[in-house]
Write a protein that binds this ligand. Structure first.
Ligand code: GDP
Ligand code: IMO
Ligand code: MG
Length: 445
């Protein structure tokens, strides 16, 4: 079972990119299986920062296949920009492969995503406005357009025409509503019904993308089977995280795909018995971008410490991330949802300088009941108050630590407490953004 899945255990931005890059050295292929360019994965190599939205985080290892699986929604313009960026940085993308079955993000998806966010009376989810939800919706509605359609002009035109017919009416309605809203809207939020809805323009534009992407389009499920059957390690790299999962997250404040490990099989085309290890990435504290419940959120100077020291600004949208203490009720939920075999904890260095470190170990409901488990009813979660255990903090700069022995006792205690609480070994601890800034932890299990 040479498959290894990497997933986020919180609300995203845990450092999946860095851990994927680290674990990729032993793999022959790295495969994205869901999400799209709502993701932002950062890797720091020799002081150089790389940010990827669609391209798997293994791309800096030029001898590995990097695969965009069928479960991903692909904005071809963004993908081509990323390939271009790699060329400029002197990194080859020749081992990149894109599934012919992956669905495309179309200009009208981006338009609808932005328009929906501004809709009067509707809860704002705070999406990344990259067209993710509308693209997945069209896939389920069976009016989506796939990567393979880029290679057949007749089919492409026909499918775009069908999709546009479906879209125009709802977009016109939204435009009318927008005009009513106009006074309150920011000028740069103006929704334009423009050539993003013109059949000819879109078809020509997407045919040209298809022409440029053709060398990368492949049967990526078969590529995975070949590698797995040869006994080679394949890494399935998740985007987003458990609490943003469409089914298991804090709906509707979620993304439109399934970031949990089970989705790796569907989104890459492999079977559950291909998977041997499941690594969950957990930040030493919590962050969230966008709206939705966040029981351990902080609004004080400790939250600011996390935000400032952790540079907690979104890789994709630049928005400031909400910060709070680590939530072990939620983490235990993510552990079981993904059936994690390993945990990697990132950003422990950011907690340095705090006298006390708190971790939430249970919630108290509005009615006063103690809740050990992540509540199955969202209303309870919205009103839950976390109960904390206080652990000693540490003041040393730990970015130079490379072994467990180098870490201050309080940092080791923190790692041990979390690992024991959720019942999963913490195999790796991040002490800085750089590839080498890690401590590998021996499994004493
Ligand atoms: P992803 O979406 O899960 O891949 O995470 P992001 O790349 O969006 O956000 C994680 C941020 O934390 C990036 O800026 C990383 O460079 C940085 N990072 C990752 N691990 C560590 C760590 O151990 N310490 C510090 N200080 N930064 C880290
Ligand atoms: P990575 O892979 C953090 C959040 C958005 C919003 C919600 C829905 O970098 O961890 P969407 O555009 O997906 O419809 O937005 O999900 N979101 C993320 N938050 N990290 C991400 O990806 C995210 N991708 C989506 O902020 O709240
Ligand atoms: Mg990110």
């Amino acid at each position: 079972m040479p498959g290894l899945v990497i997933v986020g255990t919180q609300w995203g931005d845990e450092g999946k990119g860095k851990v994927t890059d680290l674990l990729a050295k032993d793999a022959s292929a790295i495969v994205r299986f869901q999400g799209g360019n709502n993701a932002g994965h950062t890797i720091v190599h020799d002081g150089e920062e790389y940010k990827f939205h669609l391209i798997p985080s293994g791309i800096l290892h030029e001898d590995k296949y990097c695969v965009i699986g069928n479960g991903v929604v692909v904005d071809p313009r963004v993908l081509l920009e990323e390939i271009e960026g790699l060329h400029k940085a002197g990194v080859s993308a020749s081992n990149l492969r894109v599934s012919s079955n992956a669905h495309l993000i179309m200009p009208y998806h981006v338009l609808v995503d932005a328009a929906e966010e501004l809709k009067l009376g509707k809860l704002s989810i705070g999406t990344t406005r990259r067209g993710i939800g509308p693209a997945y919706a069209d896939k389920a509605y069976r009016i989506g357009i796939r990567v393979q359609d880029l290679l057949d002009e007749k089919i492409l035109r026909k499918k775009i025409m069908a999709a546009l017919e479906h879209k125009k009416k709802s977009l016109q309605e939204l435009a009318v509503r927008r005009r009513k809203l106009h006074k309150e809207a920011e000028p740069d939020e103006e929704i334009q019904i423009d050539d993003r809805l013109d059949l000819h323009t879109i078809t020509e534009q997407y045919l040209s993308y298809g022409h440029r992407l053709e060398p990368y389009i492949a049967d990526t499920a078969r590529l995975c089977w070949n590698e797995l059957d040869a006994g080679n390690k394949v890494i399935f790299e998740g985007a987003q995280a458990a609490l943003l999962d469409l089914d298991h997250g804090t709906y509707p404040f979620v993304t439109s795909s399934n970031p949990i490990a089970g989705a790796a099989c569907v989104g890459a085309g492999v079977g559950p018995t291909d998977i041997g290890e499941v690594w969950g990435i957990v930040k030493a504290y919590s962050t969230r971008v966008g709206s939705g419940p966040f029981p351990t959120e902080l609004f004080d100077e400790v939250g600011e410490h996390m935000s400032d020291r952790g540079h907690e600004f979104g890789t994709t949208t630049g928005r400031r991330r909400r910060c709070g203490w680590l939530d072990l009720v939620a983490l235990r939920y993510a552990v079981r949802l993904n059936r994690l075999s390993h945990l990697a904890m990132t950003k422990l260095d950011v907690l340095s300088g705090l006298e006390t470190i708190k971790v939430a170990v249970r919630y108290r409901s509005k009615e006063g009941a103690l809740l050990e488990d992540f509540p199955y009813h969202q209303t309870i979660l919205h009103n839950a108050t976390p109960e904390y255990v206080d652990l000693p903090g540490f003041s040393e700069d730990i970015t130079g630590c490379r072994s467990e022995e180098d870490l201050p006792p309080a940092a080791r205690e923190y790692i041990a407490f979390i690992s024991e609480f959720v019942g999963v070994p913490i195999s790796l601890v991040g002490v800085g953004p750089g590839r080498e800034e890690v401590v590998w932890v021996e499994d004493r299990g």
